[in-house]
Design a protein around this ligand. Structure first.
Ligand code: GTB
Length: 217
């Protein structure tokens, strides 16, 4: 069994581990699975060979034994369900709750973060930008307040570390330079705990090596 994932040949995040191959790499590392990486350029993502695996022409994808998957959340769930690695609880109710948190990460929490990020990246020159930002910041901080209240003084979202924490930490990492996490020390500590895991460190180093090994010039 060989697992192959796809990642950017040249990630716009310059090796900061913000693209969505990072949670997939992290889950594979937590599960102790070896994997190959096929690096794709932006142009290649829109060509038929990649579109056959990913209908939206994006990274990451996951291929294993004739199975081809897209969507980072679904890939992390598959790794957790098929390969274990302690990424989902055995107890059925705890497992269901962990999966609910996985959906919360990629939908409820990620959505306002991505919307805000898009505005920062693409709407800075628009006359409405300054007026719109407080609303977008407010949508993010509202979710952060709720998440912080729910996390309380727990180490992880619901009991032991799980695939849900992989997805949630990755979503929160995207706020890195926004300053919005400053008011949420417990969420910053949660991110720090995730990033301190050896599996995260290996995943981060692997994606960073792609950027560092780019031809210079
Ligand atoms: N819902 C999908 C999933 O979770 O797998 C979303 C996948 C996705 O957005 N993929 C992006 C992609 O392939 C890369 S991760 N984009 C190319 C395209 O659409 O043509 C998003 C991303 C990109 C860059 C940064 N960055 O520079 O910081 C962060 C995140």
């Amino acid at each position: 069994m060989t697992i192959t994932i796809t990642a950017f040949a040249q990630s716009p995040d310059r090796g900061r581990g913000l693209a969505r191959d990072t949670p997939v790499r992290w889950a594979l590392e937590e599960a102790g699975l070896a994997y190959d990486v096929r690096l794709e350029t932006f142009a290649q993502l829109k060509q038929p060979p990649h579109l056959a695996v990913h209908p939206f022409g994006q990274i990451p994808t996951y291929e294993e034994d004739g199975l081809a998957l897209f969507e980072s959340g679904a890939i992390v769930l598959h790794i957790a369900q098929k390969h274990g690695g302690g990424l989902l609880p055995d107890d059925p109710q705890a497992r269901a709750r962990a999966i609910a948190w996985m959906f919360a990460a990629v939908a409820t929490v990620q959505a306002p973060i991505v919307e805000r990020e898009g505005a920062v990246l693409t709407e800075r020159d628009q006359p409405y930008h300054a007026q719109r930002m407080p609303m977008l910041d407010g949508r993010v901080t509202s979710r952060l307040t709720q998440l912080s209240d729910s996390l309380g003084d727990k180490a992880w979202l619901d009991g032991a570390f799980s695939a849900a924490d992989i997805l949630m930490v990755n979503v929160l990492r995207r706020l890195g330079t926004s300053g919005l996490l400053n008011a949420y020390p417990s969420l910053q500590a949660y991110i720090d705990r995730g990033e301190a895991r050896p599996a995260f460190q290996r995943a981060y180093a692997a994606q960073k090596a792609v950027f560092e090994n780019l031809p210079k010039g």
